[in-house]
Design a protein around this ligand. Structure first.
Ligand SMILES: [Zn+2]
Ligand SMILES: [Zn+2]
Length: 182
């Protein structure tokens, strides 16, 4: 039986939030506050407008590196993750709140919301790179889609981003191609 620990789940959820954020920002279709709230960032609703704007700016600055992950060299990825980690203020603490199991907060409760979000994303990525390298990151296989995805399937079978239209229009096109050739 396959059981994900809380730790693995935390990394997956944070990276899925980051990927969603970056894809929607690239499409100019992002409501950052609503997205972070939907992905379980408890402070999103109360965060100030400047904090939300800084998250948008800081995530946009990380976009090129995230997009390079599917084809990245391990040493290059290690180098840029370390550069980014040096820039942030991390002060880990064990915490338990709401219904969540005991987990690590990377920034103190007094940290600005943008510092918290960026620290969460970078620490999730740092742990991911240690556990799986960059192998779980991919670019959507649909024609005309450049979205990033994070593949948490057990057998690494993911091919498309979270947009359901990408999988369906590709399958329709494949089906038509097969009918024509038969
Ligand atoms: Zn927490
Ligand atoms: Zn796609």
């Amino acid at each position: 039986m396959y059981v994900t620990s809380g730790h693995d789940t935390e990394i997956r959820l944070t990276l899925e939030a980051a990927v969603d954020f970056l894809n929607l920002a690239a499409d100019h279709d992002l409501d950052a506050r609503a997205l972070l709230d939907a992905h379980g960032f408890l402070r999103a609703k109360q965060a100030s407008e400047p904090e939300i704007e800084r998250i948008e700016e800081r995530m946009a600055a990380l976009l090129p590196e995230f997009l390079s992950l599917p084809t990245a060299d391990a040493d290059d990825t290690t180098a840029w993750v370390n550069i980014e980690l040096e820039r942030i203020n991390i002060a880990p603490s064990l915490t338990i709140h709401d219904d969540a199991p005991l987990h690590i907060h990377w920034t103190p409760a007094s940290a600005a919301f943008d510092d918290q979000v960026i620290a969460d994303v970078l620490m999730a990525l740092a742990q991911e790179v240690c556990d799986h390298g960059t192998s779980r990151f991919g670019i959507c296989a649909a024609t005309d889609c450049e979205h990033l995805f994070y593949d948490s399937t057990r057998n690494g079978s993911r091919r498309f981003c979270a947009d359901p239209r990408c999988a369906s229009r590709t399958h329709t096109a494949d089906h038509r191609a097969r009918q024509k050739s038969s």
